[in-house]
Design a binder for this molecule. Structure first.
Ligand code: PLP
Length: 436
């Protein structure tokens, strides 16, 4: 349990929206996910594998990878040329902004859950057997079956985009409940594919609650706050990263640890990836989450040490942020329980900093992220330039020069041109105030 002096200090920081790095004192470095979690991850990996031909058939974009949902690992050494974000070690960006079809990290969890549901329905109705080629899920019989079922989801935008897109491609009816934060272009994209989009005035939790309450007997609800299938779908990214690090010659061991920085909304995506990485690298990987100063829901949930849900509204925060994908006032308890011994810590990000981060990525690496996706960029700085960070490095005997930093970029490639122009002008305004 956090001692009360640290606790009140961190709550003061959060309340006043001061940026901070919180270290998780329940972290136990040698902790590894239990058998049931390992089985869930293996199951998800196998499901993606057997559904590759199906996905390749459904989406032309997946032709080049034969249906694999994967993203590149990009060298980010050039960022070190810019003083505001220099820190020792090797820098990489994991480009989930480029994940095909969905354009965000939600392709991993969201696609996995829709595939699992489609398989289950088809098995239950005798359209496939456990060993059938999953191609059959794109056939007439499956399509007819799916058209009698509806998939519902509540989302800040990207989850709805992923679920709606794959559901529609398989012939399901789908209904996406979008929170007020969701960007119009995400709604438009779904509407164009025949997905029903319901807009809400409330925030993400309200959109999820409404979607949940509307579910009928033949419907399926993707529960972003408590879904194991989403979680394990995300976790499969860990194996992909392992192979990519190997391919670029970065060893991960106690001398050369891996530090990963993940933007966190409700917690499913970063939490799933964290358990996946812990399953592979154990104490040699250190996972940190990034959350907006207005929505530090996972930080608050974990540092409060509560088993009950805690909302950022309880400490007077409004959950209003430009990072639409991270505008979540209450973290997933399902995830919080599963990562509480595995997560290294959480740092918070102001909206100004998000735009600075976007500008830096565009200037030095040449691509544009969406605001949420840029949240993790200052992770290495937090560790190398703050007292809490030094404490962490020292406690875990991390030599800064030997670290491999992976900043997880979570979305952006589908952002339409007009929205890009807006993001770019916001970003340019911010970067002028930095000396680069
Ligand atoms: C959803 C999302 C996240 C965070 O994932 P959670 O599962 O909500 O924690 C981060 N970045 C982007 C762009 C997202 O869409």
């Amino acid at each position: 349990m956090t001692n009360s002096k640290d606790y009140s200090h961190i709550i003061d920081c959060l309340r006043t929206k001061k940026r901070c790095l919180w270290l998780n004192d329940r972290l136990s470095p040698n902790y590894r996910p239990d058998q049931s979690i390992l089985a869930g991850i293996a199951d998800a990996g196998a499901r993606f594998k057997r559904c590759e031909p199906l996905l390749a058939e459904l989406f032309n974009e997946l032709g080049p990878t034969d249906g694999r949902i994967e993203s590149p690992l990009t060298d980010a050494g050039k960022l070190a040329a810019c003083s505001p974000v220099t820190a020792p070690g090797a820098w990489f960006i994991k480009r989930d902004d480029l994940l095909p079809v969905a354009g965000s990290i939600k392709a991993r969890g969201g696609f996995h859950e829709v595939l699992a549901y489609a398989e289950k329905l088809a098995l239950d109705h005798g359209i496939i057997s456990p060993d059938s080629d999953r191609h059959c899920l794109a056939g007439e019989a499956a399509r007819e079956l799916f058209s009698a079922h509806k998939i519902l989801v509540g989302s800040t935008g990207n989850l709805g985009l992923a679920i709606g897109t794959l559901s529609a491609a398989l012939g399901f009816r789908s209904e996406v409940h979008m929170s007020a934060d969701a960007r119009q272009w995400k709604k438009d994209r779904l509407l164009a594919r025949g997905v029903a989009v319901v807009e809400h005035q409330g925030d993400y939790s309200a959109a999820v609650a409404t979607a949940r309450s509307l579910m009928q007997e033949s419907d399926y609800f993707v529960d972003d706050e408590a879904s194991a299938l989403l979680f394990y779908g995300y976790a499969t990214a860990a194996l992909e990263l392992k192979m990519q690090l190997h391919a670029v010659g970065r060893k991960v061991d106690s001398q050369t640890p891996l530090l990963v920085y993940l933007p966190c909304g409700v917690g499913g995506a970063p939490g799933g990836i964290t358990v996946g990485l812990k399953a592979i690298f154990g104490p040699d990987v250190h996972c940190f989450f990034a959350e907006p100063v207005a929505s530090p829901s996972m930080l608050l949930q974990l540092c409060s040490g509560q088993m009950e849900p805690v909302s950022v509204a309880e400490i007077g925060l409004d959950n209003k942020t430009e990072a639409d994908g991270l505008a979540v006032g209450q973290a997933s308890l399902f995830v919080a329980h599963r990562i509480q011994e595995m997560l290294a810590g959480v740092f918070t990000v102001s909206d100004d900093e998000l735009y600075e981060n976007m500008a830096l990525v565009e200037k030095y690496l040449g691509f544009l992220l969406e605001p949420s996706a840029a949240a993790g960029l200052r992770g290495p700085i937090w560790l190398n330039e703050t007292e809490a960070g030094w404490k962490y490095l020292k406690r875990h005997q991390i030599v800064p020069d030997h670290a491999t930093h992976v900043i997880w970029a979570t979305g952006g490639s589908l952002v339409p041109e007009l929205q890009r122009i807006h993001y770019r002008s916001m970003a340019e305004m911010k970067i002028r105030s930095l000396e680069c």
